[in-house]
Design a protein around this ligand. Structure first.
Ligand SMILES: Nc1nc2c(c(=O)[nH]1)N[C@@H](CN(C=O)c1ccc(C(=O)N[C@@H](CCC(=O)O)C(=O)O)cc1)CN2
Ligand SMILES: NCC(=O)N[C@@H]1O[C@H](COP(=O)([O-])[O-])[C@@H](O)[C@H]1O
Length: 302
């Protein structure tokens, strides 16, 4: 029965035929209380306690569970839906300032909320708060771009080579204030995200960053604002929108008060989106709009 309970989380429609088998099962060295999770862990992945495990894609031919000394539960390959295992992703984060979004994502990776790791921090400001945090966490820091004032910065081709050598899967811009060149965008198609502190397409584009955005929102009389996460294309803030959250703009809001309200939502939204990215829960609608598959209900998208 134990195996049945254990597997019901992963194979809801499958009833294990508890049969005595004369076949000599290959030795299954599962712990006394066989845990599918530890089996998954051994594959350097995590399982999700939902009715499906998006994280286990293997060539498991048969799973022998030692229910007890006399019986073995046998899952025949034909009988179960092959679960999907997703490899842990490697992330590059780009910052220019304090890096609170970077820190939120780093914490989420450490806590297991994001199935990924930040393997490099890229910045144009080597002394910024985000770079200091990265150094304290022993995350490599790379200077980009190369300018006349930053001759030790990387060229676009050198940056692509460095990211490739680190096997980076996705790039997350988080308060990075320089234009990402076409060469990097071509190297990482549909793999670069940015967070912007307004409801794009409003209040975006060249000149719209940091407090400038919030001041413009307040001056416009807009009643709502909020963060947008979008894919990065060759222009500022014009890439495909992936996720947004809405916050009220209060009548007596200062730019700082609005910024703080938006930033709070940014931290949560970027972690949720990065988690979906790392679990490969993104799909592209036929009209080119990206959607996120709901972790608990794979038939639901947002
Ligand atoms: N190719 C892209 N690169 C970047 C994007 C993007 O969507 N496509 N997003 C920005 C982030 N961003 C808004 O979210 C943004 C950042 C900076 C500016 C801007 O006007 N910058 C100034 C320079 C500011 C400075 O150096 O202090 C400028 O270019 O004159 C607008 C929007 C990151 N890169
Ligand atoms: N147009 C880009 C832009 O304005 N990005 C904004 O810079 C801030 C960075 O904060 P952080 O460094 O604490 O994450 C965030 O509010 C982010 O939306």
């Amino acid at each position: 029965m134990e195996a049945q309970n254990l597997l019901s989380g992963f194979f809801p429609n499958y009833k294990i035929p508890l049969t005595r088998t004369s076949k000599k099962p290959f030795s299954c060295s599962l712990p006394s209380n066989p845990s599918f999770h530890s089996l998954l862990q051994s594959h350097n992945c995590v399982s999700f306690k939902t009715h499906y495990s998006p994280c286990f894609k293997g060539s498991l031919k048969k799973i022998f569970f030692c229910v007890n000394a006399s019986e073995n539960a046998v899952l025949e390959e034909k009988d179960y839906k092959r679960p999907q295992v997703v490899k842990r992703k490697k992330l590059a984060v780009f910052v220019s300032g304090g890096g609170s979004n970077f820190k939120s994502i780093h914490d989420a990776c450490f806590e297991g909320l994001v199935h990924g790791d930040i393997v490099v921090l890229v910045t144009n400001k080597p002394d910024c708060g985000g770079a200091e945090y990265a150094k304290n966490k022993e995350i490599p820091v790379v200077l980009f771009p190369r300018t006349k004032d930053a001759t030790d910065g990387l060229s676009p081709s050198d940056l692509v080579a460095a990211l490739r050598s680190l096997e980076v899967d996705f790039i997350l811009l988080a308060g990075y204030l320089k234009l990402i060149p076409a060469e990097l965008i071509r190297a990482y198609p549909r793999s670069i995200l940015n967070i912007h502190p307004s409801l794009l397409p409003a209040f975006g584009g060249k000149g719209y960053y940091g407090m400038k955005v919030h001041k413009a929102v307040i001056a416009s009389g807009a009643r709502y604002s909020g963060p947008t996460i979008h894919f990065v294309d060759e222009h500022y803030d014009t890439g495909r929108i992936l996720a947004q959250r809405v916050v009220p703009v209060l009548a007596n809001d200062t730019a700082e008060e609005l910024a703080a309200r938006v930033l709070h939502e940014e931290h949560q939204l970027y972690v949720e989106v990065t988690a979906a990215l790392c679990e490969e829960r993104l799909i592209w609608r036929e009209d080119g709009v990206p959607l996120i598959q709901n972790r608990g209900n794979p038939n639901e998208y947002s």
